[in-house]
Design a protein around this ligand. Structure first.
Ligand code: AHM
Ligand code: MG
Length: 296
């Protein structure tokens, strides 16, 4: 059969990738109840792995690997990229972001980043990004196009894995929430001073799954951070799988992202699993944060 995506634009391939992630989301969700146990061993970032992490990774690798135009697949759960085809597009996935929330039955997500370049690639090479949020409702937030050109939209993901548009995502102008990871004694003094300032203005909302916490910022306005820590100057989150796609989405929704010194999308990619401090949210809050970090 003729390959429908042969020679297709990377953005067309990316749309199919997003459709595919939505299509497998009901299966990912349905597979969670029986997979809440930890397995032996660690992922490439040295973290414990749940049966659900491996299950979601396998489903996504198989489905995305079948999308014509995709050349390689990478995930947080695999040491190296997998060659899945001849296309120029690379897909980087966090199969179950926040999977430690499975024990307490709190939300988690699937994050997908589509790069028009071999991995490791810069956020400037993104042609699409999105996430599925397994909350009380299964939703997807996604955009397609070069960073800054993409409209960010929210979709309902139906039980059949179809995407039904819910509307554009624009950061509310008046922010109300903040959520920051890491232990407070591990926060550098300049970041702690910033928190002192903004906690008088905003409500704390932190749930331990980046996607769920970023969804709060997209819905109510505010700022999310997994900051540089005293014990981990690059923080916890991974640039290719988490930092870049979230920066793409928040910037596309009218906000800003930062590593502490400029947009996350400008951070040079040197390794598949490299980490990056992540600060995203309303422009004013991110700029004040950059000023606080620069002053010290
Ligand atoms: P994961 O992708 O392995 O689940 O790890 C990333 C998660 C993020 O979703 C979240 O922001 C962070 O780890 C939470 O870490 P902590 O438990 O230290 O608050
Ligand atoms: Mg994650």
């Amino acid at each position: 059969m003729a390959d429908p995506n042969a020679g297709a634009e990377p953005t067309a391939v990316a749309e199919t990738v997003l459709d595919t992630v939505a299509a497998v989301a009901p299966d990912v969700r349905a597979g969670l109840p029986g997979r809440r146990r930890y397995l032996d061993g660690e992922n490439p970032s040295g973290e414990a792995v749940l049966a659900a992490d491996v299950y979601a990774d396998d489903l996504l690798e198989s489905a995305i690997g079948d999308v014509a135009g995709v050349g390689s697949y990478a995930s947080e759960e695999r040491e190296t990229t997998v060659d899945v085809g001849d296309g120029p597009v690379s897909v980087a996935v966090d199969p179950l972001d926040g999977s430690s929330n499975l024990k307490s039955n709190n939300p988690m997500g699937t994050v997908v980043a589509v790069y028009d370049a071999p991995l490791p690639a810069s956020g400037r090479d993104l042609v699409a990004a999105g996430f599925v949020l397994y909350g009380p409702v299964t939703t997807m937030v996604a955009g397609v196009g070069a960073p800054g050109d993409a409209a960010i939209r929210e979709f309902l993901v139906t039980d059949d894995g179809e995407r039904e548009p819910l509307g554009d995502v624009d950061l509310p102008a008046e922010p109300t929430v903040y959520g920051f990871g890491g232990r407070v004694p591990d926060w550098p003094d300049d970041f702690a001073a910033y928190v002192d300032e903004i906690e008088d203005e905003l409500k704390l909302r932190y749930g331990g799954a980046m996607i769920a916490d970023v969804s709060q910022v997209l819905s109510y306005g505010g700022v999310f951070a997994y900051p540089a820590l005293e014990s981990a100057p690059d923080g916890k989150l991974r640039l290719l799988f988490e930092g870049n796609p979230v920066a793409y989405l928040v910037e596309g929704a009218g906000g800003q992202s930062s590593t502490g010194d400029g947009s996350i999308l400008d951070r040079e990619a040197t390794g598949l699993h490299q980490r990056v401090p992540v600060y995203v949210g309303n422009g004013d809050l991110v700029e004040r944060l950059e000023a606080a970090l620069a002053d010290s």
